[in-house]
Design a protein around this ligand. Structure first.
Ligand code: 2M8
Length: 455
């Protein structure tokens, strides 16, 4: 049994016989216990061991879960994160907790050296971003229990969420077509996805430079599940390059070695405009411009990242100006967009239902992060095969949006079954459902709570 799971859930014990209602109640208790244990004065850590600071898109998912039992904390979570927003609108992917000792995470605040960059906040942060799922999260938190408090929170967060969009569609529109480009695989949130192999291979790096640093992740997780030292050397090289330009975005095309338009980041960008349109109506702002921007983003996403030949979405390598062929779960993420054209909706459903991803009304295995039929599918290495609750949850929400309750129910059940079997792990073996990575992981708990509530 996993640590911290209630005895009556009998997690991992196939002989356990519990009713659906008992299972749901036990899962809810487990999720709340996990989130309570990871709460840290004004934010939630993704994991006490592996990720002890505040992470950007984790906090958005976490807020969605907190809304189900501590809406006060949900707003606090988002406020804390957005208080560390840079003057140019970027929301940093990590906000460091100054109370933690040096070396509690690599790369830490001294490596990012954010406070020397123009427009950085007083708090030490990283200089890169993550998928902008915060406006959709704020909307879901409000919708869960609308109140004077939630309207006040939306009013306060709205200008910051708008500035986040302006940053991504402005300074980060390196390709010039209205989509945001990421400058680092970490910005996609799917750090180690095979989607990044080709553009990353063009980043000069030597695995030996990792001798100069101490990796924190491999001290807390199995090295065979984590990126290799060569991958890390490239991650470090990319931060070095961006930091050397003080995290400025002008002229990136001419000088930055990794520039990619990611389907998940840009689907989140479009979804955020839809959410902002709704938030605007609550806070007395004009929803019109958000609707127009949402339509433009969806159009650009289809134009730039959809490949009619494969019938799915792919990241675009902006430097090489070509689509990256790997079929990953990123390709399914545009389904979150309510205005995705019918043709692409059908294509994504076909891709998701193919043996590559196995989506069905009754799923026999969980949704993997990568095409299970690919020769380089790795069931244990993170983002290269295992199943994650956040990408499953995004797809589940997309299925609800596009009126596929049958498939949504199948996916939801597979998500609940994973946690019932293994606890709130960071990710799961895509065949057996065994828990992998951090054992008490916040977004797994939070998104489980959301899925439980919609059953
Ligand atoms: C993982 O990423 C961090 C770097 O940001 C890491 O590997 O150390 C990813 O799964 C990312 O999506 C997530 O936000 C972060 C914290 O959970 O961990």
């Amino acid at each position: 049994m996993s640590a911290g799971t209630p005895a009556e859930l009998r997690v991992g014990d196939p002989s356990a016989r519990v009713s659906g209602a008992e299972r749901a109640a036990a899962l809810r208790r487990l999720a709340i216990t996990t989130l309570d244990a990871n709460w840290e004065h004004d934010h939630t850590v993704p994991s006490r061991t592996l990720y002890p600071h505040q992470w950007s898109w984790d906090s958005a998912f976490i807020a969605v879960g907190l809304a189900h039992f501590r809406p006060d904390r949900a707003w606090r979570e988002l406020r804390t994160l957005l208080a560390a927003q840079w003057a140019d609108g970027r929301v940093p992917h990590i906000v460091f907790n100054p109370a933690l000792r040096a070396g509690s995470y690599f790369p830490g605040p001294e490596f990012w050296d954010s406070t020397r960059a123009d427009g950085a906040p007083a708090a030490a942060t990283s200089g890169i971003v993550q998928p902008p799922v915060h406006a959709p999260a704020a909307w879901l938190v409000h919708r869960r229990a609308p109140s004077e408090v939630s309207v006040r929170a939306l009013r306060e967060l709205y200008p910051r969420l708008v500035a986040q969009q302006r940053y991504l569609t402005g300074r980060r529109d390196v390709g010039g077509a209205g989509l945001a480009a990421v400058v680092h695989p970490w910005e996609s949130g799917l750090d180690n996805s095979p989607a990044w192999d080709a553009p990353l291979a063009a980043v000069p790096a030597d695995a030996d430079i990792m001798r100069a640093y101490r990796r924190h992740d491999t001290a807390h997780a199995d090295a065979a599940h984590r990126p290799t030292d060569l991958d890390y050397a490239r991650y470090v090289a990319l931060v070095d390059a961006y930091r050397a330009g003080r995290y400025r975005d002008d002229g990136l095309l001419g000088r930055h070695p990794f520039l990619v338009e990611c389907p998940l980041v840009n689907a989140a960008l479009g979804l955020a405009e839809h959410a902002l349109a709704r938030i605007a109506t609550v806070v007395g702002a004009d929803p019109g411009p958000h609707r127009e921007r949402a339509a433009r983003i969806t159009e650009a996403l289809v134009d730039r990242l959809y490949d009619p030949a494969t019938g799915t979405f792919h990241p675009r390598d902006v430097r090489a100006d070509r689509l990256i062929p790997a079929r990953t779960v990123l390709g399914l993420m545009p389904l979150v967009l309510p205005d995705l054209p019918a043709r692409q909706v059908q294509a994504v459903l076909a891709e998701a239902g193919s043996p590559r991803f196995g989506l069905a009304a009754r799923m026999d295995r969980p949704l993997p992060a990568y095409d299970r039929t690919a020769p380089d599918f790795e069931p244990l290495r993170y983002w290269r095969g295992p199943s994650w609750l956040n990408t499953s949850w995004l797809l589940w929400r997309g299925l609800l949006t596009h009126h596929r309750p049958d498939l949504a129910a199948g996916l939801r059940e597979s998500m609940l079954a994973l946690v019932a079997r293994s606890g709130c792990h960071e990710y799961f073996h895509p065949d057996t459902g065994a828990g992998l990575g951090s054992p008490a992981f916040s977004w797994t708990a939070a998104l489980l709570l959301d899925a439980l509530a919609e059953g």
